[in-house]
Design a protein around this ligand. Structure first.
Ligand code: NAD
Length: 499
């Protein structure tokens, strides 16, 4: 594709493409070579306030549009995403760094989610129940809430916005969207396609800029009753604090420290494939990335040897080159953070088996490339086995039993995804019961969510909500219980009268 380089992008507020009130801009750059992708409005609280006012006004009409009509717009959006899939994947490989196949998968998730939520326009089911009293009808219905503040990270720059914006709109809310500052061009394309699909001006608004200036104002704004954010644990805690004063609905999707368990009866070649994909796919920059591998001692040496050999065969390069296995990290800060964990692991006494260095040869020096890194003989209490690194680093932790494997897997503050490789069906079902995570895979890696099931985690991965599936509707609607008395007289419920 022709990359835009010098193009200056705008915010979208009340149906108009506009500059930031300050007139200032920031740049988005290509993490594989440092090229400029474009300049974007460096917005502030004033821009957020204008977008919220526009969304508030648009809400009054949008909430009255029949939900099946709102769903049809989502179907058109899904079709447009399909038509533009190759272009979006190419842009993603340049702006975010993902390899093309994964970038296509990111767009495909958004297509699937948009179709799924389009269908919700004809469901949004409530309940009907019998009444305690004669000649009385009871039901519950889902009601939209108002303006939803959508704040997204850079690692799934098309999929994650769709996971939030598609259900928010189908449920009858309007949206102010703040994309991550590392992937604003993708955020902008997402909104352009929504508008092309028929979402009216004011119903979707985009305000570019940083978490401190734009995100914080959105979270604090009294006319934004719902905040949905995917990001780090630290950001989630701050958002919860900032939203407390207005008692907002806050939906948090945060970090992970996901484990693959490999038992002594596992198909080791299958396990190696699953671990490689989960640990090094998207260069380990997935909330569901396998940053721990808990291995039964009976197969530890064999698994370690196979895994290290396979990791060393992975090719680093720009995401848009067909034979690239591992793309760059998102920016220099991420590179520094990941490399600092290599030092931490070594200081803690773990064995660095492979990787552990910035890759600069073969023209990689201008990008943020880090070699797939594996630590061996890691102890469960070490920082590299407890903290989210968000890069291509994984820790092999030997254990003696299934029970110990479960204990170690659960011994972290996060609870997003988990997996076990075993041929023993009893162990598999015990793992499903005992692993304290929102998602568990059997004989697969820790990644691969499908849009019609709930997505999210336990413990510090979130605050009890779920994205995707029907569960997402609970974030974007309030329940209303309705009682219709057709007896023609005043019937008093909950009065202890027998006559
Ligand atoms: P981040 O927390 O730095 O930023 C996420 C978003 O929040 C960005 O748009 C940022 O500008 C904004 N933000 C930052 N501070 C804010 C504040 N005080 N108020 C409002 N908004 C603020 O995260 P990131 O580096 O973009 O993404 C990586 C993190 O996201 C990792 O921890 C990863 O595990 C997590 N993640 C979780 C899921 C999930 O579904 N659980 C999915 C993807 C990523």
């Amino acid at each position: 594709m022709a990359l835009l380089g010098t193009k200056t992008y705008k915010n979208f507020i009340g149906g108009e493409w506009v500059d930031a009130a300050s007139g200032e801009t920031f740049e988005s750059t290509n993490p594989a070579n440092g090229d400029t992708i474009g300049a974007f409005p460096k917005s502030g609280p004033e821009d957020v306030d204008r977008a919220v006012a526009a969304a508030r006004e648009a809400y009054e009409d949008w909430r009255l549009v029949p939900a099946p009509r709102r769903g049809e717009i989502m179907f058109r959006f899904a079709q447009l995403l399909t038509e533009h899939k190759a272009e979006l994947a190419d842009l993603m490989s340049h702006e975010m760094g993902k390899v093309l196949a994964e970038a296509g998968g990111d767009v495909q998730e958004a297509i699937d989610m948009s179709y799924y939520m389009g269908g919700e326009g004809r469901r949004l089911f409530g309940q009907t129940t019998p009444s305690e009293l004669p000649d009385k009808f009871n039901m519950s219905v889902r009601m939209p809430i108002g303006v939803v503040g959508v704040i997204t990270p850079w690692n799934f720059p098309i999929a994650i916005p769709s996971w939030k914006i598609a259900p928010a709109l189908v449920c009858g809310n309007t949206v102010v969207f703040k994309p991550a500052t590392d992937t604003p061009a993708l955020g902008e394309r997402f909104v352009e396609l929504l508008v092309e699909a028929g979402v009216p001006g004011g119903v979707i608004n985009v305000v570019h800029g940083g978490g401190g200036a734009v995100g914080k104002r959105l979270v604090a704004h009294p006319d934004v009753p719902v905040i949905t954010i995917t990001g780090s644990r630290e950001t989630g805690v701050q958002v919860l604090r900032d939203a407390a004063e207005n008692l907002k609905h806050v939906h948090l999707e945060l970090g992970g420290k996901n484990a693959v368990i490999v038992m002594d009866d596992a198909d080791l070649d299958l396990a190696v494939e699953g671990i490689l994909w989960s640990a090094f796919g998207t260069s380990g920059q997935r909330c569901t990335a396998a940053s721990r591998v808990i291995v039964h001692r009976g197969v530890y040496d064999s698994l370690q040897a196979k895994l290290v050999a396979a990791a060393e065969a992975m090719r680093l390069g720009p995401g848009w080159e067909e034979d690239t296995d591992v793309g760059p990290l998102i920016n220099r800060d991420a590179l520094d953070k990941v490399h600092s964990y290599t030092g931490i692991g070594q200081d803690e006494g773990a064995t660095l088996l492979t990787g552990g260095e910035v890759a600069t040869g073969n023209g990689l020096g201008d990008g943020n490339f880090y070699r797939p890194t594996i630590f061996g003989h890691v102890e469960a209490g070490m920082r590299i086995a407890r903290e989210e690194i968000f890069g291509p680093t994984t820790a092999l932790i030997p254990v003696d039993s299934f029970e110990e494997a479960i204990r170690v897997a659960n011994g972290v503050e996060y609870g997003l995804s988990s997996s076990i490789f075993t041929r023993d069906v009893n162990r598999a079902f015990r793992a499903i019961r005992d692993l304290d995570t929102g998602i568990t895979y059997i004989n697969a890696g820790t990644i691969g969510a499908e849009v019609h099931l709930p997505f999210g985690g336990t413990k510090h991965t979130g605050n009890g909500h779920r994205e995707a599936g029907q569960a997402a509707l609970d974030v974007f609607t309030e329940w209303k219980s309705v009682y219709v008395d057709y007896s023609g007289k005043l019937q008093k419920a909950q009065i202890d009268a027998t006559e």
